[in-house]
Design a protein around this ligand. Structure first.
Ligand SMILES: [Zn+2]
Length: 244
């Protein structure tokens, strides 16, 4: 696994791996904090190593994060096609980010996506049904923002297909070689999500906001550890990202 630090160091527990060049994932940190700092809110670009087609796990800061990454030279190899009027950042936003996994609908995990949506390309937003419903009802409702979705308040601008995920069910991430399996988390009464993202034999686990089972009065973490135990033993789980 190769980490590309773009903003600040991230809360990541590296699992023991037999890392081999050409395997694993590249992770570009677009934002690493929760809360009040509006240019640095949770968002992680994840792509199989050597593959441009990425998924964003949460989108608290999006264009701001892409700009910091560009300033650090992360996109030095990006070639904007001749004739395109896009900047490098615009090109990465529209072409490389194939979709968004949203762990929960708190503002500090989605605001970058909402703000960038007029300039974004058509793609899919994935979330558990309660999270999708919040995205639809709270943001893309023609009051907070125009409805860029393909459902909810009419008219539908259909920039984003809002895809409901089922807990524990694996789904292809359109436009990428990755799949996702979501696991519900408790976030102080709200539903949050851990995403198990897989590409070939490799996996990476991205946790939305949550707390220990004992504090959250739930067994969500236990369920996830059981689900990934074999991958840890087989050294296929390359990293765990803890969003804040
Ligand atoms: Zn939250």
């Amino acid at each position: 696994m190769r980490l590309i630090p773009s903003l600040v160091s991230i809360s990541m527990l590296l699992m023991p791996t037999a890392a081999v060049s050409g395997q694993g994932f590249d992770v570009i940190v677009l934002g690493a904090l929760g809360g009040i700092q509006d240019g640095n809110l949770s968002s992680y670009l994840i792509r199989p190593h050597g593959d441009r087609n990425a998924i964003a796990c949460d989108a608290g800061s999006l264009v701001n994060g892409l700009k910091v990454a560009q300033d650090k030279g992360v996109f030095g190899d990006v070639k904007v096609p001749e004739g395109s009027t896009d900047s490098v950042i615009g090109h990465v936003l529209k072409n490389d980010i194939k979709g968004y996994l949203i762990s929960h609908a708190h503002l500090d995990h989605v605001q970058g996506l909402v703000i960038a949506s007029p300039d974004d390309s058509n793609k899919t937003i994935y979330g558990l049904p309660s999270v999708s419903a919040q995205i639809e009802q709270t943001y893309f409702n023609w009051k907070a923002w125009p409805n860029m979705l393909d459902r909810g308040q009419q008219p539908h601008l259909k920039k984003y297909h809002l895809e409901d995920l089922k807990p524990g069910e694996t789904k292809d991430l359109a436009g990428t070689t990755m799949t996702v399996t979501p696991f519900p988390l408790n976030h102080g009464g709200a539903e949050s999500t851990a995403f198990l993202i897989e590409s070939g034999d490799d996996a990476i686990l991205c946790f939305g906001d949550t707390g220990p089972d004992e504090v959250q009065k739930a067994f969500n973490m236990q369920t996830i550890w059981k689900a990934v135990a074999d991958k840890v033993k087989q050294r296929k789980l390359k990293a765990i990202i803890l969003l804040s």
